[in-house]
Design a protein around this ligand. Structure first.
Ligand SMILES: Nc1ncnc2c1ncn2[C@@H]1O[C@H](COP(=O)(O)OP(=O)(O)OP(=O)(O)O)[C@@H](O)[C@H]1O
Ligand SMILES: CC(=O)N[C@H]1[C@@H]2OC[C@@H](O2)[C@@H](O)[C@@H]1O[C@H](C)C(=O)O
Length: 380
């Protein structure tokens, strides 16, 4: 096992399955008392197609049966347990070496302002009791609902981890996660100024959905199909008229707002499919740019660290670079955190925060009434 630089760290596993529904990411992280968390090892367990289909159905279901929920929860939990086992086997360690697993669960619905006047809620499918039983590890889970109970958006949570990872660097930092949805974190150079973070809108979720409607396959590799199309300016303007893009932070979103029917409502039916894909990539590039314009940046020459699967989409990254001509793009990999592993790392760190009775949220990001210790503990 690769050893972290400081003595006596504790080992945590973060499990993240994001809104893209592409699989479970497992990250083994060493966390010591005085230094940023260190990524030790990773394992990605791809989502089996039947589970992908079932979870996608649940995400958009008007009605759900308990049998379907139970089936999804059990299959999802077993995929998580397999990912943990693969990680431990690869590193030649056992459950006793792990202080805790931080399990995000699978977001099924996120309605921080309630649904049609109903109570605020956010639902992550998860079975931490079964996960503790299957892995022999202590599990920390249900991270979002305490922030929601305290009046927050319950998302994004990663900005607090971005601060733990990159907050000690010189100058202001911008972290952009391009997952199913995109979220931005601004780390000011003055540590007395609060961090700002929020969701900017859809990223891979619509690109993947539109691609899968027209091809066999889950995503547009390197954005090649988008690159073969032209941006449809009229369509782009209609998409950008969605009020979410004008909202001030705190703000978060999900599949309940941005989905295929939302897109199709704005189509005339005469568009070329690849032009729609190019327009969706532009929608992400522009909504991220507009999000950056909402930040109290000290100057225009920004340094942006892009992470999440969308950072591999070369077309999307080129469009972002065009929208942000003064931006210098940095790779999180140069800081020991390859772009695909920051979110899973965040849930390892959040488990550590919970076990130490430390807050996991940033009220300046989520809008919660104060810092809160997030999650519940399911002992091994
Ligand atoms: N080479 C690539 N070219 C284009 N897109 C890519 C590439 N590699 C990954 N992606 C995109 O990244 C997605 C997965 O991203 P990621 O794992 O960050 O999503 P996520 O975990 O669901 O994130 P979040 O929780 O932030 O929504 C894929 O569905 C795909 O759209
Ligand atoms: C409710 C939910 O699952 N939100 C996700 C989603 O994916 C990206 C963005 O929307 C972000 O708000 C969040 O995930 C990350 C891990 C977060 O909380 O920071």
């Amino acid at each position: 096992m690769k050893m972290p630089p400081t003595a006596l760290p504790s080992y945590y596993i973060g499990l993240m399955s994001g809104t893209s529904l592409d699989g479970v990411d497992a990250a083994l992280v060493a966390i010591g008392p005085d230094s940023p968390p260190v990524l030790i090892a990773t394992h990605a367990a791809p989502m089996p197609p039947p589970l992908h289909h079932l979870l996608l159905t649940l995400c958009h279901a008007e009605r759900v049966s308990f049998a379907e929920l139970a089936q999804a929860e059990s299959a999802f939990c077993r995929l998580q347990a397999d990912a943990v086992k693969a990680l431990l086997d690869r590193e030649g360690i056992t459950a006793e070496h792990i202080h805790a697993i931080g399990s995000h669960g699978q977001t099924i619905e996120h309605a921080p302002s309630g649904h049609h006047g109903g109570p605020a809620y956010t639902l992550q499918l998860d079975n931490p009791s079964l996960l503790a039983e299957l892995t022999g590890c202590t599990v920390v889970a249900d991270f979002r609902r305490r922030d929601l109970a305290a009046g927050g958006q319950a998302a994004p949570l990663a900005p607090a981890f971005h601060q733990a990872l990159f907050g000690r660097q010189e100058g202001e930092q911008l972290v952009l996660n391009l997952g199913g949805f995109a979220n931005l974190t601004w780390l000011p150079s003055d540590i007395h100024i609060s961090v700002i973070g929020f969701d900017t809108g859809p990223a891979n979720v619509l690109l993947d959905t539109w691609f899968a409607k027209h091809h066999n396959g889950r995503f547009d590799h390197d954005g090649a199909w988008a690159a073969s199309g032209q941006v449809d300016q009229a369509l782009l303007n209609r998409l950008l008229s969605e009020p979410f893009f004008q909202q001030l932070p705190p703000r978060s979103t999900g599949r309940e707002l941005f989905h295929l029917a939302w897109l199709e409502k704005q189509l005339t039916g005469h568009e070329m499919a690849n032009d729609v894909q190019a327009t969706l990539a532009e929608l992400t590039a522009i909504s991220v740019t507009q999000g950056i314009q909402q930040l109290p940046l000290s100057h225009n020459d920004i340094t942006l660290m892009a992470c999440g699967g969308g950072a591999h989409n070369t077309y999307l990254m080129a469009r972002l670079a065009t929208q942000l001509p003064n931006a210098v793009f940095k790779s999180s990999a140069d800081f020991g955190w390859p772009e695909d592993w920051i979110e899973a790392g965040a849930f390892a760190w959040l488990a550590h925060q919970r076990l130490h009775g430390l807050p996991g949220n940033l009220p300046s990001v989520t809008g919660a009434n104060g810092p809160r210790v997030l999650g519940g503990i399911y002992a091994s």
